[in-house]
Design a protein around this ligand. Structure first.
Ligand SMILES: Nc1ncnc2c1ncn2[C@@H]1O[C@H](COP(=O)(O)OP(=O)(O)OP(=O)(O)O)[C@@H](O)[C@H]1O
Length: 750
């Protein structure tokens, strides 16, 4: 059967491809750069220089120093894809890395944000598989790992565009997608996987026959991020499943130089290509960077004023936690600044996240975000401003955040709000070749928003909770920062901060424990007073509480959750000694002690079991019985009885004492009566009457007192008191009374 006209014969195509591959291999082999050389130091190739085979035999053109993609020894298919996507000239990182990576060397590539690192590895991946004649039946040939879903999506788009002419099957494997089962069915047919670490690991654990044993190229984009502690265990588990014989490409604007990291990945004599190392600045040249001193309680005023002054811009705002993003977004949305507002954070559903990301690519608006948007993202139409309301955790984080603007050849501006206590960050940035200019805020143009927020919180009570949580998570985020030179929670004026969010009262800061007292005074700045404050302790508490929140987030965001402290993950149990193929890490405890009532103190016994409050005190007496409900009841019953007995004993003794006293008085009186009779003749009638009354009165008090006591007693006591009265009326002797009391006591104890 004849093939339809226009479509080349597949056999012919195969032959042409084979010839092309042979030529490419020979070309690369004959012209490959010296290992360790920097292709940028070669003079750029002239436009009109011959490309490929030059004359007869195995003479090929030089490709080290190529300035355009079409001067490279790459396939026609890739060249066509590049041209169609508008890529003609190479950027520096592309010129430096491609000559090495095309001869299958491992690469450690570092270049400023927005400088085109993506193409550097995408081209290598496509060429490797092409030259290896990779087909659908060969399975997974390349894995590209990204730290976030949005970035994975973006990389996938670039791969699709540039690899359009190739026949490879590629898949995007990211968390939060519902079609996991379909993914599982198809993943083994895919040649190129673009994924986040969590989802890849999930497939390695759960997908039957998932096979990466033939892997040719492994790429880590934002490599320093993927290699840091947050992804450590996941990455170790992934790498343990991959063949050692492969090409590995690591790219980032802030590259790792840790030998340990490289050892984990078994890199073989990697080429370290840091193209902007000699550059005067570590950030893009077209980026204008400023910093402003903004006290904590004025941050929202400043942000609000900034937004109102830039209503025609595309602004990316970074805050340090999801809760802050939520609060500021919801509050500002209700206040209608006059520009569309959006928010992006790890707790959002995946579809919404992608929707927001795409919308922000298209329109002028303000996007409030956590660091989920700080790395790699290339928002289609340039971002005009990056505003860092909260200070980034370190210089690398700053570089990635501001790198969302001024990409490739476009310009951009950034502003960093620094609290007076965070000024050290400015020094650190300047020492790391980040040219930030510190400017004074124009307070005259400041539009205070805290009053509006207070009114808003009254009108929308649900906003109060958001504000409170925003307040607390911010303090937590400061408290757990490693760099104590920059971040000091003790220096924050929390009452003012709370008021600036519109809160009527300063929320309790539980995570700081009672060991820390917040202190404010009129005219004085607020500060934290420490009382035996152990920072280590507090940070442990804090970390746990923070993890609690983060793991809620993790449920939604499997990838993000792994960016958090994975030391906890190490505590994961391996059920019955059975471990999934790669799973070094188990799902973390989602909540820490969720049943603990707020503000209660948790006591642990020696084996780590939690005990009810004050149980330790009771436990000293009772052994371990408080842990058993039945034994506990029995124990309390016995205690009640013992107390009842003790009560009776006390009353009897008291009565006994009073009786002795009465008898003494009686004796005294009798003696006195005799003397009185002697004096009677000398007294007036009235006096006699008084004395007689007094005598009667005394005797009355004597009995009334006893009966008064009886009213407080139970029935049994009353009977005893009746006997007692009788005995008194019978005027028994003191000795007899004592004997009687003793008898009663003994009978009670028996
Ligand atoms: N050779 C090129 N010609 C024209 N545009 C390019 C070229 N290479 C990259 N770009 C464009 O430059 C922008 C930044 O590229 P890319 O996202 O690869 O940067 P990056 O170095 O990976 O940045 P980051 O460090 O932030 O991840 C993109 O819009 C991309 O399309």
């Amino acid at each position: 059967m004849k093939k339809p006209k226009g479509k080349p014969d597949s056999k012919k195509v195969r032959i042409m491809e084979t010839e092309e591959i042979e030529l490419l291999n020979s070309w690369i082999d004959s012209q490959k750069p010296e290992s360790g050389s920097n292709p940028l130091s070669f003079p750029p190739l002239e436009k009109k220089e011959p490309i490929g085979r030059v004359g007869e035999g195995d003479n090929f053109s030089r490709y080290v120093g190529a300035a355009r993609f079409d001067q490279l020894p790459i396939s026609k298919r890739t060249k066509t894809g590049l041209k169609a996507a508008g890529y003609v000239k190479m950027t520096e990182i592309q010129r430096a890395s491609l000559p090495h990576s095309l001869c299958w060397r491992d690469i450690l590539g570092a270049a400023k944000t927005g400088s085109g690192k993506t193409l550097a590895f995408v081209i290598t991946v496509l060429e490797k598989l092409y030259r290896e004649r990779w087909g659908p039946e060969d399975g997974v040939g390349s894995i590209i790992i990204s730290p976030t879903r949005e970035l994975a999506h973006q990389l996938f788009d670039v791969l699709k565009a540039v690899g359009k002419q190739h026949n490879f099957s590629a898949g995007l494997l990211i968390g939060g997608r519902k079609d996991l089962d379909t993914e599982k069915e198809r993943v083994n047919e895919l040649n190129i996987l673009v994924c986040t670490p969590g989802r890849l690991l999930q497939h390695m654990d759960e997908t039957p026959n998932f096979d990466c044993s033939q892997l040719q190229v492994l790429v880590l984009d934002e490599a320093d991020r993927i290699l840091d502690v947050g992804f450590k265990k996941a990455l170790n588990a992934i790498v343990s499943q991959l063949p050692k014989h492969r090409q590995t490409l690591l790219f980032s604007a802030t590259q790792t130089k840790s030998v340990q990291d490289l050892a984990r990945l078994s890199l073989k004599d990697p080429e370290y290509l840091s193209v902007h190392e000699e550059s005067v600045t570590a950030t893009p040249n077209h980026l204008q960077q400023t910093a402003m001193i903004v006290p904590l309680d004025q941050k929202l005023d400043m942000l609000w004023s900034f937004i109102k002054a830039h209503l025609n811009s595309k602004i990316l705002v970074f805050l340090s936690s999801c809760k802050q993003v939520k609060f500021v977004f919801e509050a500002f949305k209700k206040l209608r600044p006059g520009i569309p507002l959006k928010c992006l954070h790890g707790r959002m559903k995946q579809e919404r996240r992608m929707g927001i990301y795409s919308q922000f690519c298209e329109k002028r608006s303000v996007l409030f975000s956590t660091d989920v948007a700080s790395r790699g993202l290339d928002f289609n139409k340039a971002v005009d401003w990056v505003v860092q309301v909260d200070c980034p955790e370190d210089v690398a984080s700053y570089i990635h955040r501001v790198g969302r603007t001024a990409r490739y050849t476009s310009g951009g501006r950034s502003v960093l709000f620094l609290m007076p206590s965070e000024m050290k960050m400015l020094e650190k940035l300047q020492a790391s070749k980040v040219p930030v200019q510190c400017i004074k805020a124009n307070t005259k143009r400041l539009q205070p928003v805290s009053g509006l927020l207070s009114a808003l919180l009254v009108k929308h009570p649900e906003m109060q909770q958001l504000a409170q949580r925003s307040f607390i998570t911010y303090l937590r985020s400061i408290h757990i920062q490693k760099d104590k030179e920059v971040f000091d929670v003790m220096k924050l004026s929390i009452d003012e901060f709370s008021a600036s969010l519109g809160l009527p009262m300063t929320p309790k800061v539980r995570f700081l424990n009672q060991k820390v007292k917040w202190k404010t005074g009129p005219g004085k700045p607020s500060f934290l007073e420490t009382e035996n404050f152990d920072k280590e302790d507090a940070s442990v508490i804090l970390k746990e509480e923070l993890l609690t929140d983060d793991f809620e987030e993790e449920k939604v965001d499997r990838d993000l959750l792994q960016t958090k402290d994975t030391e906890e993950e190490g505590k994961a149990t391996i059920m019955d000694g059975v471990m999934p193929a790669t799973r070094v890490l188990k799902k973390k405890k989602l909540k820490i002690n969720v049943h603990r009532p707020v503000g209660s103190r948790v006591v642990f016994d020696e084996e780590g079991n939690t005990l009810p409050p004050l149980a330790m005190l009771a436990d000293a007496k009772s052994g371990n019985i408080l842990l058993d409900q039945d034994q506990k009841k029995e124990y309390y019953k016995k205690l009640r009885e013992e107390l009842k007995h003790a009560d009776k004993e006390d009353k009897l003794l008291d009565r006994q004492r009073r009786r002795e006293k009465r008898v003494k008085e009686k004796m005294k009186r009798k003696k006195g009566d005799a003397e009185d009779e002697e004096d009677d003749d000398n007294l007036s009638g009235s006096d006699e009457e008084t004395l007689d009354q007094g005598r009667r009165k005394r005797s009355k008090i004597y009995f009334d007192n006893d009966s008064d006591n009886d009213t407080d007693n139970d029935n049994g006591d009353r009977k005893e008191n009746r006997d007692d009265k009788n005995s008194n009326t019978d005027s028994i002797s003191l000795g007899e009374q004592e004997a009687l009391a003793l008898k009663l006591l003994n009978s009670m104890h028996s």
